[in-house]
Design a protein around this ligand. Structure first.
Ligand code: KIV
Ligand code: ZN
Length: 388
């Protein structure tokens, strides 16, 4: 039986931490409603103690979201947890996300503490949060660089204290997919009470491995993935929601699914890009402007014979406008014939041979041949009268 991977969207928290991406309460609420419509299971609405504005955003989102779980971030600090609980008090399904750094880098440099002290603080934070909500997620910050044996100790202790979800963040985007998958597998095999909690992946993209690491985590048994629209997030970003969702949809043999309505992915990506003022890179998987564009002659010829030769996803499935045959100096005759045909011209094979030479002359002087150029070419071309 296939198993669900819960999608925990943190566009409004980790994504909003990106310089220039800050949103006001109205914008955050509008986006939260869209994320709920998209089908995400958990919305991380913000970090309530960080500012009065964020407190208000989490409060408003809690009031208006009906199906998804609404989550607020805290440090392992009593006051943070109390403020988050207050902001979440109207939520139908509230979750407090609390945690602390568990790698030796964090323990020594950030906290000037010992592993034992951090373990106690982790337990106290979860125990305190449980006074306010049933659903408590614990994050072991920098788990990617945390010693597995110590991490297992922390995970077991916070589950015993009542954590319902345990987040294993690769905060610095350091891990290799195999390493991250093995970390999840290690926890599943060495934490006695692991079946009482859901393991979550929260992978950053510093080495471009966030999606691969999250998938490796899910394959190894994690059942929640934390991600953002367009992969927004600290530094090089977080895991892209659209990528992990489509990887699981494409690779059905993994036996994992999400409840995301994939036709909404492209429209929502554009909205997030506009509201957060971060353009989407052209070659971004699933939502980039070139994700369904074909420009070289070899690819175009194959695609026009059968789209499956060069496309693994139907653009409609992810709400993209459709496949595009782009004309450049690398394009071939089939593409040229196709584009003329789309404009209503009825050229035969010989016509196209002649037109193709004209086309190449123009294409070598331009980045891309536009519709207007094609009309000009057609006008300039006078077919030889057919021999009687
Ligand atoms: O990257 C990280 O470790 C985080 C935690 C606060 C969950 O964003
Ligand atoms: Zn993060």
């Amino acid at each position: 039986m296939d198993q669900q991977v819960f999608i925990f969207d943190t566009t409004l928290r980790d994504g909003e931490q990106v310089p220039g991406c800050k949103l006001n309460t109205k914008e955050k609420l509008a986006l939260a409603l869209k994320l709920e419509a998209l089908g995400v299971d958990i919305i991380e609405a913000g970090f309530p103690i960080s500012s009065p504005g964020d407190f208000e955003s989490v409060t408003q989102i809690s009031k208006h979201i009906r199906n998804a779980t609404v989550c607020g971030l805290t440090r392992a600090v009593k006051k943070d947890i109390e403020v988050a609980a207050e902001a979440l008090k109207f939520a139908k399904r509230p979750r407090i996300h609390t945690g602390i750094g568990t790698s030796d880098f964090h323990i020594k440099s950030k906290f000037n503490a010992t592993r034992g002290e951090i373990l106690q603080r982790a337990i106290q934070a979860v125990t305190w949060a449980k006074n306010f909500v049933d659903d408590v997620e614990f994050y072991a910050e920098d788990a990617g660089r945390t010693d597995n044996e110590y991490l297992a100790l922390v995970v077991e202790a916070v589950i015993k204290a009542g954590a319902t979800v345990v987040n294993i963040p690769d905060t610095t985007g350091y891990c290799l997919p195999q390493q991250y998958g093995e970390k999840i597998a290690y926890l599943r095999n060495h934490v006695a009470n692991i079946d009482k909690a859901v393991l979550s992946c929260h992978c950053h993209n510093d080495l471009g491995l966030a999606t691969a690491n999250s998938i490796a985590g899910a394959v190894a048994g994690a059942r929640q993935i934390e991600c953002t629209i367009n992969g927004l997030g600290e530094r090089a970003g977080n895991t892209s929601l659209e990528e992990v969702v489509m990887v699981l949809k494409q690779h059905k043999h993994l036996g994992l699914y999400t409840n995301i309505h994939t036709q909404m992915l492209n429209p929502l990506s554009r909205e997030v890009s506009e509201i957060m003022r971060v353009p989407v890179q052209l070659n971004k998987a699933i939502v980039g402007a070139n994700a369904f564009s074909h420009s070289s002659g070899i690819h175009q010829d194959g695609f026009l014979k059968d789209s499956l030769t060069y496309e693994i996803i139907n653009p409609e499935e992810v709400g993209a406008e459709g496949s595009k045959i782009v004309l450049t100096a690398r394009s071939g005759r089939s593409a040229l014939a196709y584009r003329f045909q789309k404009l209503g011209y009825d050229f035969n094979r010989n016509d196209i041979d002649v037109l193709y030479d004209l086309f190449l002359k123009v294409a070598d002087t331009k980045k891309e041949i536009e519709e207007e150029d094609l009309h000009q070419l057609a006008k300039a071309y006078t077919p030889e009268p057919a021999l009687a």
